[in-house]
Design a protein around this ligand. Structure first.
Ligand code: UDP
Length: 237
């Protein structure tokens, strides 16, 4: 059976400091090319969960007094925009791709149906999970963990984009003595509050024995290396 992986990318990974655009075409193209080439050469089954933070985060609206569920719905819709951009870029690199949305929007994306998702993967299609889990009060990190468990992925790859290339003992941008871990346990991540993914996602992965590899998705070839199973970044297990 082909190796089945879930890649979580934040919405901000699709933006770029070099342009004012919410979605930077050159950045999306670079990521899509790397994914398409790697998937084909390694015969991977790959599902991607894309966030929406480049467009909207539910907490931002809630802090300004908006109804939380409405604000989160806006965030989920943002992830659909990103998913469609990624689908388009992947298909330009000849990688058949299906967007599966947790919110129904039949004109632009298929509804998420677990068995259909598995079938797409078996046929060599990349799937992009959009709209998180379809529920407010959650993040796409937790959606990625849930979907990875549902489709029986062997590993969750969490791509970072802020220049931090793994899990550190402290925030390396604040504390110069911070050291990077090659491997770290779920327990240590939780008890020492190490920044990996949100706590709901971490405890879900821990409960379900789903390992996470945290790596820098922006460094050239790093995505390829992570998908190929090389020990980039940090493995949480
Ligand atoms: N969101 C949600 N339920 C989900 C997933 C996401 O309500 O299952 C909303 C939430 O408001 C979140 C926004 O969508 O802030 C964008 O997702 P996220 O913050 O995870 O994006 P990222 O930071 O990864 O780009």
């Amino acid at each position: 059976m082909a190796n089945r992986l879930v890649l979580k990318m934040s919405g901000e990974a699709l933006a770029s400091a070099a342009s004012d655009e919410t979605i930077d075409a050159a950045t999306v193209d670079r990521i899509a090319r790397e994914i398409a080439e790697t998937r084909e050469s390694l015969d991977l089954e790959l599902a991607i969960v894309v966030g929406g933070g480049n467009i909207w985060r539910g907490a931002t609206g809630a802090m300004a007094g908006m109804d939380r569920s409405t604000s989160d719905a806006m965030g989920m819709l943002g992830t659909v925009i990103n998913a469609l951009a990624l689908q388009d870029a992947l298909e330009q690199h000849n990688q058949p791709t299906r967007v599966l949305s947790a919110l129904r929007m039949a004109e632009v994306a298929e509804p998420y149906i677990r068995r259909r998702a598995m079938r797409h993967l078996e046929k060599g299609r990349v799937i992009v999970f959009a709209a998180g889990m379809g529920n407010p009060y959650f993040t796409t990190d937790t959606a990625a963990a849930l979907r990875a468990a549902e489709i029986e992925a062997s590993l969750l790859l969490k791509g970072t984009h802020g220049g931090v290339d793994g899990v550190y003992s402290a925030d390396p941008k604040v504390d110069p003595s911070a050291v990077k871990f090659d491997e770290v346990s779920f327990r240590k991540v939780v008890t020492e509050d190490l920044r990996v993914m949100d706590l709901t996602a971490i405890t879900f992965c821990s409960d379900n024995s789903l390992p996470i590899r945290v790596f820098d998705v922006m460094a050239p070839r790093n995505l390829h290396r992570a998908l190929a199973g090389e020990p980039v970044g940090t493995l949480v297990s």
